[in-house]
Every structure is written in C-alpha cells, then in structure tokens.
Design a protein around this ligand. Sequence first.
Ligand SMILES: Nc1ncnc2c1ncn2[C@@H]1O[C@H](COP(=O)(O)OP(=O)(O)OP(=O)(O)O)[C@@H](O)[C@H]1O
Ligand SMILES: [Mg+2]
Length: 210
Amino acid sequence: MNNGTFITFEGPDGAGKSTILSMVAAQFPNALVTREPGGIDIAEQIRQVILAKENIKMDPRTEALLYAAARRQHLVEKVKPALEAGQLVLCDRFVDSSLAYQGYARGLGLNEVFSINQFAIEQMMPDLTIYFDIEPEIGLMRINKNKGREVNRLDLENLSFHQKVREGYLLLLDRFPERIKRIDASKTMDEVFVEALKLVDRKVSEKKQR
Ligand SMILES: Nc1ncnc2c1ncn2[C@@H]1O[C@H](COP(=O)(O)OP(=O)(O)OP(=O)(O)O)[C@@H](O)[C@H]1O
Ligand SMILES: [Mg+2]
C-alpha cells in the first residue's frame, strides 16, 4: 500500500534545512517536495492562526493541537497520496518539530505531544529524518543575514528558547536512533548537501529492495 519513501528535514531555525532540501530535490525530479501546511487550504488557515503576531494569548496546548491538526490535513491531502503512488516525499519539518518546540522547549512534555501527534498521523512516521544540528547562535545569525525573510512570532523568542529546541532534538536523536540521522550543519553548504544526499540515496535504494 505504502510504496513511497517519506523523508523529513528537521533542525533548529537557520540550520539550512530548506536550502539543502531544495538542493537534494534537484536530484530527484519526481519527488514531492513539501512543507506544512503545503498549500492545503484548511492547513493554511490553521497556520495563520498559529503564526499571527496578535495571538500572544495562545495557550501552548492550543498551539500544539493546531500544529497537529494542520499536519493531519497536509498528510492526508498531499503526502499520503504521493506515498501510495510510490513517490519520494521530501518534507521540510514534520512531527519532530512539534516534539522539539512544543514538547520540549515549551515544556509540554515529549510524550504528551507525541501522543496527540500519533492520533493525527496514525502510523505514518517518516522512513528517515535528517537532523541538521547547529548551535542556535549560528542558525539565528544565518537567518538575520537573510534580510528578505519574513519575521514571525516564533523568531522573536529568546535565544534560550532556541537552545532548548536544540536540546529537544538531541533527545529525539537518542530516542529514535534508527529513524533520525544527524548531520553537522555548521559545515559548508556543499559538505552538508553531500551528506544529506547520501542518506537520501541510501534510504531510497533500501526501500526499493523490499
Ligand atoms: N551550510 C551552510 N553554511 C552557511 N550558510 C548556510 C548553510 N546552509 C544554509 N545557509 C544559509 O543560512 C540561511 C538559513 O538557511 P535555511 O533557510 O535553509 O534554514 P532553515 O533551516 O530552513 O531555517 P528555518 O527553520 O528558519 O526555515 C540561508 O540564508 C542559507 O543560505
Ligand atoms: Mg526553512
């Protein structure tokens, strides 16, 4: 039923996920490249509520539930059909972002956030998650250099929040060593790209042999 390969790109802000994802995607013209909410109407509407600067009153559990809801809709409308058609799916952030940001950094608990996400995604965990590991200072510096980028509510959180996000990812790496593979994202773009491509290639051929 599920013949495709589902790969997610994760890591702190400014780690280089989107940059490297587009470089990898260029090697796989038939891949579905996406990110939540991925142009899915219902998920886009939910995302606007999450990111709106005026929503400073938002309760952390409300935020986690909204992310899970948007995720569900994007998964069902876009990712699942592609996987069923045997495609490679490259997704910029997925469930681990909720675990690291809401579960760990906001202190909701990894297990609690994982359980609402399991309800949302059922059994559709990624076949591979590439974790782009970077010191938050470097990541935020990279982002600030890129002035064209829109600043959203989450960017305004302080540095210690971003440090907790990274700690959260490192805990996940420990908990899911089979699924999550770490890349040192402080290396040059070309080095990071070569490592990411190797991981994707390996997973794609592994799935083909099954
Ligand atoms: N290995 C690298 N070395 C130096 N600069 C990099 C590297 N990778 C990406 N960059 C630059 O860092 C900036 C942030 O990269 P990118 O937007 O891909 O990060 P991201 O992980 O997708 O961040 P976000 O979580 O905020 O979406 C970009 O300007 C990009 O050109
Ligand atoms: Mg990005």
